[in-house]
Design a protein around this ligand. Structure first.
Ligand code: C2O
Length: 545
């Protein structure tokens, strides 16, 4: 049977502060955060589920983990600890490159998504560790990571990034939000603020067995090649902050929501049933220069949108958040009665006092400078299918595997133009570590079939006349997607031009960066079943993660 919707109240995850106030100034602290197995109630009527979650103790760990509140410019160190048991609660597949400890345990490593930090603190897929650091991956260096927080204020998130296990570890619950604030810069904007009116919404789809355990498929689409691996995971229930289809009672005023799609493969196309729009003020850790109003919001996997909703404009007493994104996106099934619903707002009838405002201008950002680019690269996403089943067996970038030597070796502080070409049937959310980018152009492909045939034979875009194929008809980039991003949707059958800054530059100075340092940084598709691992400063590339 299915669960009744809107019976659980939307939780707020516990907050932990990445600084302490001394004489009115935020000063650095050290935090210790562990990963624990525990039980979590996703719904009033569903038995508690076994999950892997973050917390400062087993008792306080939550799904999602605590929200880390950081202060811009105040460095934070976090010691990440693994208290997970000997065995995983979900299936995993050793036929894709995977961290496999010899003595059991669940390999994990934490990546701060959107963070600008040294490579040793990036959470390389090879820097995994098991409980008590008993076994560690080849790139493991330290239990304590440093986050300088030198970048712009905004919303980030942290999640597991272990080789081949990220998809299972995320499904199990190893994720949490991380907010960087700078009151001196942000308070004058006058946006809704404080715990009650400025909230994180972490979306995640999950399916459950009747006994409450999280469902994950045990059988692959090509079981003779990959016994368990499938290219996607779609859950029937939509959870927000760890509750399936929650409700939130709101006052008739403005609220700020920091929406993070932490699903493994599901895109959301969100809208409100009472017609209220979302006013987008930022995305992926950056403010837009001015608010942009959107009646619907397409949020890819791992993408974040920072929005304001003004409930004082509501003509109804309730508003559901609904989802119309097909799965897989864009050519899959239309959402059904379950996964087409997300949560509900119950709007108080009384008019509320509201001192917040929506300023005409937000924060200015460095303009994109394509002419400063020192390199133009072609990045081709290509899917390989099984001859008999027709199902995908693997997905590579430029035909390269994770194990292959690096081909993208940008320099810190420089700008590059990447022409990202998607020859697969699905939209892939591209994520680059330690870089910010803007999508400046989306074009169709010319003679796509000939291009694919050539790729099939030569597996090399540069030998396939790429500049002839990558010049089709232009499609407009949406206004609210034009800012600096760390995830961008790459439409199938199109070439998306992104102007990439390696990486964020603060006050004109690049964050100190050693281009030769191991373990380097990756770029990948954020559908964790595709994660195309790339060590971009020395080594870049591929594969199903
Ligand atoms: Cu959100 Cu490489 O990760």
């Amino acid at each position: 049977g299915s669960l009744e919707m809107y019976v659980d109240e939307l939780p707020q995850m516990p907050k932990i502060y990445g600084f302490s106030m001394r004489h009115g100034h935020p000063t650095p602290v050290r935090l210790t955060i562990g990963m624990y197995q525990k039980k979590w109630k996703f719904h009033r009527d569903l038995p508690a589920s076994t999950v892997f979650v973050f917390g400062t103790s087993a008792a306080t760990a939550t799904f999602p983990g605590p929200t880390i509140e950081a202060a811009q410019g105040v460095p934070l160190s976090v010691t990440w600890q693994n208290y997970l048991p000997a065995r995983h609660i979900l299936p995993w597949d050793p036929t894709v490159p995977t961290a496999i400890p010899r003595r059991g345990g669940v390999p994990t490593v934490v990546h701060l998504h959107g963070g600008v930090h040294p490579p040793q603190s990036d959470g390389s897929a090879f820097a995994w560790f098991t409980a008590g650091y008993r076994e560690t991956g080849p790139a493991w260096s330290t239990p304590t990571y440093t986050y300088p927080n030198a970048q712009s204020p905004g919303v980030l998130w942290y999640h597991d990034h272990a080789l081949g296990l990220t998809r299972a570890n995320l499904l199990a619950g190893l994720l949490g939000a991380y907010v960087i604030r700078n009151p001196a810069v942000e308070a004058p904007l006058g946006l809704p603020c404080g715990d009650e009116f400025d909230r994180v919404l972490m979306l995640a789809d999950r399916s459950f067995y009747a006994d409450g355990s999280i469902y994950m498929n045990y059988t692959g689409d090509n079981p003779n090649i990959h016994p368990q691996w499938q290219p996607e995971y779609f859950g029937e229930a939509i959870t927000v902050n760890g509750k399936a289809w929650p409700f939130l009672a709101v006052a008739r005023r403005r609220y700020r929501f920091r929406i993070i799609n932490t699903s493994n493969a599901r895109f959301f196309n969100l809208s409100l049933t009472n017609g209220l729009p979302f006013t987008v003020v930022g995305s992926d850790t950056n403010y837009l220069s001015k608010p942009v109003t959107a009646t619907s919001l397409l949020v890819s996997v791992a993408e974040t949108f920072d929005v304001v909703v003004d409930f004082s404009q509501s003509t109804t007493s309730e508003a559901e958040v609904v989802n119309t994104a097909p799965y897989p996106y864009p050519d899959g099934d239309a959402p059904n009665d379950l996964n087409g619903k997300v949560m509900k707002f119950v709007i108080s009838p009384a008019k509320a006092k509201d001192t917040s405002r929506l300023p005409a201008k937000l924060l200015d950002y460095v303009a994109v400078a394509e002419e400063e680019a020192v390199q133009r690269r072609y990045i081709v996403m290509y899917e390989y299918d099984d001859a008999v089943t027709g199902n995908p067996t693997h997905l590579y970038i430029n035909g390269k595997r994770l194990e292959d030597p690096a081909t993208e070796t940008p320099r810190a502080g420089t700008t590059e133009v990447w022409e990202v070409i998607n020859l697969t049937p699905d939209n892939h959310p591209l994520h680059l570590h330690l870089a910010s980018f803007q999508a400046t152009r989306v074009r169709g492909l010319v003679d796509e079939d000939a291009f694919k045939r050539c790729m099939e034979m030569l597996n090399d875009a540069l030998r396939c006349d790429v500049s002839r194929h990558a010049v089709g008809e232009e499609v407009a980039v949406q206004e609210h997607e034009k800012g600096w991003k760390n995830v961008v949707k790459i439409a199938p059958g199109h070439v998306t031009t992104i102007v990439v800054k390696f990486f964020m530059v603060e006050n004109g100075k690049p964050y100190p960066f050693d281009a030769t340092a191991e373990p380097g940084y990756v770029y990948h598709c954020h559908i964790f079943f595709h994660s195309v691992e790339a060590r971009k400063n020395q080594n870049q590339n591929q594969n199903q993660n």
